[in-house]
Design a protein around this ligand. Structure first.
Ligand SMILES: *Cc1c(COP(=O)(O)O)cnc(C)c1O
Length: 453
């Protein structure tokens, strides 16, 4: 019998509902607060930003929410995605562990981001919205939303973090090919951007700043709404198609994970792979160890504090309780641009407080080394963000080897690195450095936190 490498589902095995972990939380999420009044937000407070269907999903306590037929039909272009057994990597590491990875790089834009870009564009279109504004770091989210906007005939305006705008011109070109307008952030086009530029003319930008710009434009235009690529409850819920498919695929393989590894920027791909399994754990059905890997340059989960903070730099986005390095903290310009967010999804933060998973911070050189090993052995070049998950999975496999235990390791390969080759060029030229985060900068940012809740 040949050994199976990939576990593939047919289109009719794709999940027809998302999983909402809020239904299984032992204690509810602390409520989001209004940025000006600091009172709990009502649905009407969010209406200038999001269509009502997404606001309802944000607060829903239902365990499952049906995926609209039209969204399922678009998902089928790349879903279900393959689950691979990394047999060559297992051999290379000489580990008794079994390593599986779910590959989200097969989507149109090369990452998990279209899983939420498509439903967000869909619900906005249904609500009569004409234009979506958003931020993007590395460009994965901007590309995904630009593609989804093209499908539904929505205009898309993307504020792209300046350091990425210059590092990743091909991502910009891709967004423009889909018809989006891309602006380097901070820009002169918004009050938030002009304020930052006045104080820091050389600012390389940050996701927090780009969010401020996109939010500002959305609230000022009745035909525009704002779309966020991570962090929010509904975004994490849309990503659960990843883990739900994986459950079925691992059943085909006759396995269940002992440990799940994901990389965390805002927490959405991590939630996507892990929440369906964590839910089983929370319901007392079957337990699993879960590991989040974040960059040492932006160590939100391992070095941040769990408190109420603003989602953006200009303090116009909702205030949420999360692990944060402070909303004015600007991390070093590491190549894993998608992991440079000062905060973490409230749901992921809450689950860390509940002891449902552990977090580790890794340096970029070690992550690139893991990614290059993975590419040479398995053939797929990971996105720099995904390298953090690869590093975490390899470490788990090596630990199994040391201990002589055969565990089942599952990780999410959330995107390919074909648009990130400049990062690999720099890595191989010895131009990348391990950059610790600045403790002073974090302390300064944390000292500006609102004193609440
Ligand atoms: C956006 C992105 C991330 C970070 O965002 P999460 O919400 O933490 O998933 C990680 N990897 C890739 C490939 C991305 O595009």
């Amino acid at each position: 019998m040949p050994e199976t490498i990939k576990y593939v589902l047919s289109e009719d095995q794709m999940p027809t509902a998302w999983y909402n972990i809020q239904a299984d939380l032992p204690t509810p999420l602390p409520p989001p607060l209004h940025p000006a009044t600091h009172q709990p937000l009502g649905p009407h407070d969010l209406a200038p930003l999001f269509p009502m269907e997404l606001i309802k999903q944000e607060v829903s306590q239902e365990r499952t929410i049906d995926i609209p037929e039209e969204v399922q039909q678009i998902y089928r272009q790349w879903r279900p995605t393959p689950l691979y057994r990394a047999r060559r990597l297992e051999q290379y590491l000489d580990t008794p562990a079994k390593i599986y990875y779910k590959y989200e790089g097969v989507s149109s834009t090369g990452s998990h981001k279209p899983n939420t870009a498509v439903p967000q564009a869909y619900y906005n279109k249904q609500a009569g919205v004409k234009r979506l504004t958003t931020e993007t770091g590395a460009g994965q989210w901007g590309s995904a939303l630009a593609a989804a906007g093209a499908v539904f005939g929505l205009e898309v305006l993307v504020y792209m973090v300046k350091v990425s705008y210059h590092q990743k011109p091909y991502r910009r070109a891709l967004m423009e090919a889909y018809g989006a307008r891309v602006v380097a952030s901070p820009s002169e086009e918004t009050h938030a951007g002009r304020t930052i530029l006045a104080a820091h003319p050389d600012s390389t930008g940050s996701l927090g700043i780009a969010i401020s710009e996109a939010v500002e434009v959305a609230v000022q235009d009745d035909d525009s709404r704002y779309a966020l690529g991570s962090v929010l409850n509904h975004v994490l819920m849309h990503q659960t198609v990843i883990g739900l498919e994986t459950l079925t695929q691992l059943e085909m393989a006759g396995d269940y994970p002992d440990v799940i590894v994901g990389c965390t920027g805002g927490g959405s791909n991590f939630a996507g792979i892990a929440f369906p399994f964590m839910g089983a754990s929370l319901r007392g059905e079957r337990s699993v160890r879960v590991v989040a890997v974040e960059p040492a340059a932006c160590p939100t989960l391992t070095k941040g504090v769990y408190t109420y903070d603003f989602g953006d730099t200009a303090h116009t986005a909702p205030v949420v309780k999360m692990h944060t390095l402070g909303s004015t903290f600007v991390p070093e310009g590491i190549h894993a641009g998608g992991l440079r967010y000062h905060g973490m999804a409230p749901l992921v933060s809450h689950l860390l407080e509940l002891g449902q998973f552990e977090a580790r911070a890794e340096q970029q050189l070690e992550c690139f080394a893991a990614g290059v090993t993975f590419a040479r052995v398995e053939g797929i070049l990971p996105a720099p963000e995904a390298n953090h998950a690869v590093k975490g999975a390899i470490d788990e496999a090596l630990r199994c080897k040391e201990e002589g235990t055969s565990k089942v390791i599952l990780f999410n390969l959330c995107g390919h690195g074909h648009f990130d080759l400049q990062a690999y060029i720099d890595y191989h030229a010895g131009k990348l450095q391990n950059t610790a985060y600045s403790r002073e900068a974090v302390e300064a940012a944390l000292s500006e936190l609102p004193v609440l809740g």
